[in-house]
Design a protein around this ligand. Structure first.
Ligand code: ASP
Length: 343
């Protein structure tokens, strides 16, 4: 049976063209993208499209776009076998991460893709990214189930789990990395699916549920040499901050200075949710390894394990949107909800 795919176009370099007036890249419409990729007509796939208005550079992405995307997928869920989201690369990992927490009971692929060079230029990476994303979104196993029922990112021959991905290069075609999780698939002559890594739903007949309440009262503090108590306090102790991601060194270590630990303790006892995420791209927080990490744990900071900052943000937005109960949010934060941490 012919598969059907909905391509949702939000903007990004893939659909941009140079404005002759000032030389900057500006978005063009979806029909022009399809004209650039006639190869798509060779697939036995029915392709529909939905274009967001306005089209945006993904640096302008707001949680309201994620809510619109989740609602659109929910409304059209029964009509399609898979969804492709054309999106700018700058915040693609944030969007894919957050969507993975918002779409519960997913049994179909939601594949984000885009490109480093616009689709209309001769050396574009956009064509291959789009063509392979369509093939992956339409792929079924021998039982007729989706091969990748996950929110993922396809870029430069690799399919990565969305909530494990991070934008890694501002220039290379190979723009995304997923250091703590192997690729879900790799495209060579054939697309090879890494079936041991791909998550499967508990029930294939599960109903999709979307969670569209997001609580964005999250701050990110990147610990660095020379950080002052004033700057740290303004981020962590702001009354509008419900949770703070503390980006620490190495395996979850930070300053052992009294003022630093005092601010952490004050924030924890004021009820702030504090999550320790490493600044390293690869590896995990282990607050039992060094004294500087252990003090954070005793001060009330939770371990983010090997989560990315992008996924930590989406997980907090989504869990806090679901409940005002901080105890529940803290318990859920340390659980592996949809493949975002190794547990
Ligand atoms: N600034 C662009 C965006 O994120 C970059 C890209 O698409 O690659 O929308």
């Amino acid at each position: 049976m012919t598969a059907s795919i909905l391509i949702i176009y939000t903007g990004g370099t893939i659909g941009m063209k140079e404005d002759p007036m000032d030389g900057t890249l500006k978005p063009f419409d979806f029909s022009q993208i399809m004209e650039e990729v006639p190869e798509l007509n060779k697939f036995d796939v029915k392709i529909d499209s939905y274009t967001f208005d306005p089209l945006i550079d993904s640096s302008d992405v707001e949680p309201s776009l994620w809510i619109s995307l989740a609602e659109l997928i929910y409304e059209r869920y029964e009509d399609y076998d898979g969804f492709i989201i054309l999106h700018g690369t700058d915040t693609m990992a944030y969007s894919a991460s957050t969507l993975s927490f918002m779409l519960e009971g997913l049994t179909k692929p939601v594949v984000f893709t885009g490109s480093q060079l616009p689709i209309g230029v001769p050396r574009t990476d956009g064509k291959e990214n789009l063509i392979s994303a369509v093939e992956i979104a339409a792929a079924k196993d021998y039982e007729g189930h989706a091969r990748v029922p996950e929110v993922c990112i396809y870029f430069d021959s690799k399919l990565l789990r969305g909530n494990r991905s991070t934008k890694y290069s501002a220039e290379a075609f190979n723009a995304f990395a997923s250091p703590n999780c192997p690729p879900l698939a790799e495209a060579g002559i054939q697309i090879r699916y890494n079936t041991d890594v791909i998550r499967k739903p508990i029930y294939w007949d599960a109903q999709l549920r979307v969670q569209t309440r997001l609580d964005t009262r999250v701050a990110i503090l990147k610990v660095h040499p020379g950080m002052t108590p004033q700057v740290m306090r303004s981020v962590v102790s702001d009354p509008l901050t419900r949770a703070c991601i503390i980006e620490t060194y190495g395996s979850g270590n930070a300053l052992s200075k009294d003022w630093f630990l005092d601010i952490v303790r004050e924030a924890a006892s004021a009820g702030k949710i504090l999550l320790n995420v490493t600044q390293c791209k690869s590896g995990t927080v282990n607050m039992n390894l060094y004294a500087t990490g252990a003090t954070l744990k005793h001060a009330g900071v939770l371990s983010g394990s090997d989560i990315t900052t992008e996924a930590a943000l989406g997980k907090l937005f989504s869990l806090m949107g679901r409940s005002d109960n901080d105890g529940w949010v803290k318990t859920m934060l340390e659980k592996n909800l949809c493949g975002e941490i190794t547990k």
